[in-house]
Design a protein around this ligand. Structure first.
Ligand code: SAH
Length: 253
C-alpha cells in the first residue's frame, strides 16, 4: 500500500458490501482499529493472521491517534475502519488533522453508507421525477449541536426526500419538527433498523403513526429514518428512458 494509513468505509453491515479496495486494505493491514459499536465484526475475518485488532468504542481520540501513530512508527500498515461511509458522522476530520500534524500520510476508501443501504432495503428510488430530486441527509440535534439554519423544521420546508441518521430514539421529536416545518401528516415514513444485517427490520407508516409503531417495536438505535413521498406510489416516468427524449447515447424516436 502506498500510504501507511487507510480510513476505510466498512459499509452498512453485510460484509460483502465493503469495497474490493477496502477488503484488500484489511487483508494487508498489520493493525486494524474498528468502530466496534456499528462495524460488523465479520469484516475482521478478512484480516491476516496475527494482525492487531482494536475496538475504538472504548478509546478516546487521543488514544486512537496514539495507536495509529505508534503502529506507523513501527512500520506497520494501519486500517481505521468506520461504519458506512467515513465522511458521514464519522468524526474522521479530527483524526486526519492529528495525522497531518504528525506528518503521517493516509488515504480514504469510501463505503456504502447506511442511507443507501436503507434505499435498497426499501426498494425505493430517492429521486423520483415530479416527487423529489433532492435528498437531505441530516440528524436531530443530540449531544452534537446542529446549526440553527439546519433545524429539521427548516429543512422540512423543502419536502424533499430526507434520510435522518442518529435520531430514532428521538422519533417523537423528529415527527413534531417535520410536521411543524411543512410535511403533511400523511407523508410516508420508513424506519430501517440494521439495514443489510441478518436481523434487518423495516417499519413503515406515516408521520402521523410511525412513532407509535416504532416505539411498540422497541427500536431505539442503529436505524435510518426515511421520509418523503418517494415512498408512496405516485411519480412521473423518467425522461432518461422516454422514447421521445434523445441524448448522447440514444436518438429520440
Ligand atoms: N458513517 C455511517 C453513519 C455513522 S452514524 C454511514 O455512512 O452510514 C451512525 C448512524 O448511522 C446510526 O445511528 C444509524 O442512524 C445509521 N446506521 C448505521 N448503520 C446502519 C444500518 N445498518 N441500518 C440503519 N441505519 C444505520
Amino acid at each position: 500500500m502506498a500510504v501507511p494509513v487507510h480510513f476505510v468505509g466498512a459499509g452498512p453491515g453485510d460484509p460483502e458490501l465493503i469495497t474490493v479496495k477496502g477488503q484488500r486494505c484489511i487483508a494487508a493491514a498489520d493493525t486494524i482499529i474498528y468502530a466496534g459499536s456499528l462495524v460488523n465484526p465479520a469484516l475482521l475475518d478478512f484480516a491476516k493472521p496475527g494482525a492487531a485488532i482494536m475496538n475504538s468504542a472504548a478509546m478516546t481520540l487521543d488514544e486512537v491517534v496514539a495507536a495509529i501513530a505508534g503502529a506507523v512508527g513501527e512500520g506497520r500498515e494501519v486500517v481505521r475502519l468506520h461504519t458506512g461511509d467515513p465522511s458521514l458522522y464519522g468524526a474522521i476530520k479530527e483524526q486526519m488533522d492529528a495525522l497531518d500534524a504528525r506528518g503521517i500520510a493516509y488515504e480514504i476508501v469510501p463505503g456504502v453508507s447506511s442511507f443507501l443501504a436503507a434505499a435498497a432495503a426499501l426498494r425505493c428510488e430517492y429521486t423520483l421525477p415530479a416527487v423529489s430530486q433532492t435528498v437531505i441527509v441530516t440528524r436531530l440535534e443530540g449531544r452534537t449541536p446542529v446549526p440553527e439554519q439546519e433545524k429539521l423544521a427548516a429543512l422540512a420546508a423543502h419536502r424533499s426526500t430526507m434520510c435522518i441518521f442518529l435520531s430514532v430514539h428521538l422519533l417523537d421529536g423528529v415527527v413534531a419538527e417535520l410536521i411543524a416545518g411543512g410535511y403533511p401528516p400523511d407523508t410516508p415514513v420508513a424506519v430501517v433498523q440494521k439495514a443489510t444485517w441478518p436481523d434487518e427490520k423495516i417499519y413503515r407508516g406515516t408521520l402521523a403513526d410511525i412513532a407509535r409503531t416504532v416505539a411498540a417495536a422497541g427500536v431505539d438505535r442503529t436505524a435510518m429514518i426515511v421520509v418523503g413521498r418517494c415512498l408512496a406510489g405516485d411519480y412521473a416516468l423518467s425522461r432518461l428512458y422516454a422514447p421521445e427524449f434523445g441524448h448522447t447515447f440514444r436518438e429520440a424516436t
